[in-house]
Design a protein around this ligand. Structure first.
Ligand code: NAP
Length: 305
């Protein structure tokens, strides 16, 4: 009998994982925010995944944080700013050998969750898959990609990676997951805030080459200082490559601001700035970028943390 996959958060990535695992015949349960969300979910009859224009409905059972029964495997699919609190509610249900898979972008939320649940094994993930919510309980699979998973303190791969293979979830066990997360964070810091401040698609940053280059220099210094030299390697070229390759796209932070949603700034640029200050590293361009972004969000009445 397979271990149940509990999925915390029925948003874009939570739905993308839950529907593919359920489709492969694996036991999956969704943990929803509150009674009202559970009722709305049950009324909808399940999760809908839209792939290449084809919609499929998956009647994954839903429950609440205080539902009975232990949790052995938990996929945390909330935003970074919700993860710690959402996992805290589940602590009484976590089995002694519980494993948590953390899908959050950026850094900071994973350590906060791990500190809350010290008995659990925390596996960090970094994903290039793309999905968005078309409506409640309905998610569009927008971009095929890959998910890297790893555990910085324990290099052995978990046996349940077979479940991901059976579900068609492209993945790889990574011995250097922190390097991957730092690299992605640095790319995000060099691109996303500027697209918000200049109000442009990623390609619009081709006109702000110097500003991007200055940020890359400082981010490289930061990565080297905090023991991530591999994440620093050739950062500027990679940033330029990503800007070219995604020129027509709006960054996730741009979309959050345009849709008046809270951003994950504290786990991206905010995290980079706080690590720099912990290392007494002066990075004036990065700090100025953070001040401008915070001001921009506050002027629009959006949370700046
Ligand atoms: P999302 O669509 O906003 O989904 C987050 C879900 O978490 C929402 O359904 C929300 O519930 C739920 N939630 C929050 N607190 C909860 C609680 N206490 N109990 C139960 N559910 C709770 O976010 P997302 O786009 O999937 O992103 C999740 C993470 O993955 C982020 O860190 C993001 O940066 C990262 N990521 C996303 C993508 C992507 O393509 N979407 C790609 C790579 C990485 P409600 O529905 O009730 O609000």
């Amino acid at each position: 009998m397979s271990t149940t996959w509990h999925i915390l958060g029925a948003g874009s990535l939570g739905t993308l994982w839950a529907t593919r695992l359920a489709r492969a015949g694996l036991p999956v349960r969704l943990i929803l925010r509150d009674q009202a969300r559970l009722q709305a979910y049950q009324a909808a009859g399940g999760l809908t995944l839209v792939e290449q224009g084809q919609a499929s409905l998956h009647a994954v059972p839903g429950e609440l944080a205080d539902s009975p029964g232990p949790i052995t495997r938990l996929l945390v699919a909330c935003k970074a700013y919700d993860a710690e609190q959402a996992v805290s509610q589940l602590l009484p249900r976590l089995a002694a050998d519980a494993e948590l898979i953390l899908l959050q972008n950026g850094l900071g939320s994973q350590d906060a969750v791990a500190a809350r649940a010290p008995q659990a094994r925390c596996i960090y993930a970094s994903s290039t898959e793309g999905a968005f919510r078309e409506g409640d309980w309905r998610v569009v699979f927008a971009g095929h990609g890959y998910t890297w998973l790893g555990d910085a303190s324990h290099p052995t791969a978990p046996f349940w990676l077979d479940d991901l293979s059976a579900s068609g979830i492209p993945h790889e066990w990574s011995a250097d997951i922190l390097t991957r997360l730092w690299r992605k964070l640095a790319l995000n810091c060099a691109i996303n805030p500027l697209t918000v401040l200049h109000g442009c698609r990623n390609g619009g940053l081709l006109e702000h080459h110097c500003e991007v280059a200055m940020l890359c220099l400082e981010l490289t210094e930061l990565l080297q200082r905090c023991g991530q030299p591999a994440a620093a390697e050739d950062l500027q070229h990679e940033v330029e490559r990503v800007i070219q390759a995604t020129a027509a796209n709006y960054s996730s932070m741009y979309q959050d601001v345009a849709n008046r949603r809270r951003t994950e700034i504290s786990y991206l640029l905010g995290y980079a700035c706080s690590v720099a200050s912990r290392h007494r590293l002066s990075l004036p361009n990065l700090e100025r970028l953070q001040r401008r972004l915070v001001e921009h969000l506050q002027q629009r009445g959006l949370p700046s943390d």
